[in-house]
Design a protein around this ligand. Structure first.
Ligand SMILES: [Zn+2]
Ligand SMILES: [Zn+2]
Length: 291
């Protein structure tokens, strides 16, 4: 994987974590991605495991320019603070983009670590992390642009989380769109129009109910009814994902943020419902896969 990235021509997407939900201890980590273009890295979402997975790519910690958060669920933001990675030497110029109250969350995190940051700064004569630049994204529209990429956002449907965002990254050589967590929505098809890659969350409904029952039996503090109601109101069955990819006319569809995130469902089973509608390439995401 490191060789694939090192020898790569052009922009690469690495799927760092591909599991849905805030459940630790699985082979797939919680959701996170990095895009690597011209030596600059752009991180999207920071589920538990993002820092280790990032390190496994071999991309240096000096590379991240920007971090993007789709929405404030644990499986997308719980490791945002730790990834700021002052200890690892991430540049203090890194910027973060995401829904409010990301500014407050960032300063609260840095405050909570102030004692440790100051011990470290004193010990190693380093410049302490005071703050980073945070740009809140409350709505759909242009988010940022630099010499590598133009980024825009779209509002998706993931109640009660408001706003929950999808993002599109237009690099010079390819465009990559992300649904974030959402029910199937037209806004994602519009945003992803003509993109090279659409990374869409995907739920395989027949396996979800048995998974949920199993989780509840193992003592997860939630009822089966409440959990299933949440799944249906908040996530996208994989056939609908195929429909959206077909409407958007993307080249490649990546099924990720898999629900349930169990390895007993084969790639063919994941692909088939989407392939009824979408005739392009369908990739079933795995952690550290390079697209
Ligand atoms: Zn999620
Ligand atoms: Zn979510």
């Amino acid at each position: 994987m490191k060789a694939a990235l090192k020898d790569a021509k052009g922009t690469k997407l690495v799927l760092l974590g591909t599991a849905a939900g805030p459940v630790p201890g699985r082979p797939r980590k919680m959701t996170s991605h990095v895009m690597f273009s011209n030596g600059a890295a752009y991180v999207l979402d920071c589920g538990l495991g993002v820092t280790d997975r990032f390190a496994e790519t071999g991309i240096p910690f000096s590379a991240p320019r920007s971090i993007f958060i789709t929405h404030h669920h644990f499986d997308h933001n719980v490791e945002y603070g730790p990834l700021l990675g002052w200890v690892q030497g991430m540049p203090l110029t890194v910027r973060a983009y995401g829904p409010p109250p990301l500014k407050q969350m960032t300063s609260d995190y840095i405050s909570s670590m102030r004692t440790t940051i100051n011990f470290w700064a004193e010990d190693l004569k380093m410049k302490p992390l005071e703050t980073i630049d945070v740009i809140e994204v409350p709505d759909a529209g242009p988010v940022m642009q630099d010499d590598n990429v133009k980024v825009s956002s779209v509002v998706v449907e993931h109640p009660p989380v408001k706003p929950a965002l999808g993002y599109r990254f237009d690099f010079h050589d390819r465009s990559i769109a992300f649904s974030g967590d959402t029910t199937p929505v037209e806004a994602v098809a519009q945003m992803a129009k003509g993109a090279d890659v659409l990374v869409h969350e995907a739920m395989y409904v027949p396996a979800v109910e048995s998974y949920v029952k199993d989780q509840v039996a193992k003592g997860r503090p939630v009822s089966v009814e409440a959990f299933m109601a949440h799944m249906k109101a908040d996530h996208s069955p994989v056939e609908d994902v195929g429909r959206i990819a077909a409407e958007a006319g993307v080249k490649t569809l990546v099924l990720s943020h898999l629900t349930p995130a169990v390895d007993s469902i084969s790639d063919d089973v994941w692909r088939a419902p989407a392939a009824k509608y979408f005739k392009g390439e369908i990739i079933v995401a795995r952690d550290l896969m390079v697209v």
